[in-house]
Design a protein around this ligand. Structure first.
Ligand SMILES: [Cu+2]
Length: 86
């Protein structure tokens, strides 16, 4: 299955690489596509991985927040990222 998630806190290409690497380390994930412009991740996995698992992987990588796409009414673009990796 493939699901979409919103990622908050990314501000450069290096963030994208970190988030992607963190997501790929989560058990059950087959592939992950992460984009910066409209910050989201498309994750392919064997069976649905709880978003909590992704969040804890991202906590290890930096100040990123992941939300399941269907749970987010609108992405808040004005929200400043709390810190960049670089
Ligand atoms: Cu960054």
């Amino acid at each position: 299955m493939t699901k979409k998630y919103f990622i908050e806190g990314m501000s450069c290409g290096s963030c994208v690489a970190k988030v992607k690497a963190a997501l790929l380390k989560v058990e059950g994930v087959e592939s992950a596509q992460v984009q910066l412009q409209f910050p989201q991740a498309t994750i392919k996995m064997e069976s649905e991985v709880p978003v909590k698992k992704f969040q804890s992987a991202l906590n290890d990588a930096g100040h990123y927040h992941i939300t399941k796409a269907e749970n987010v009414p609108e992405f808040d673009n004005k929200k400043e990222s709390s810190g960049c990796c670089c």
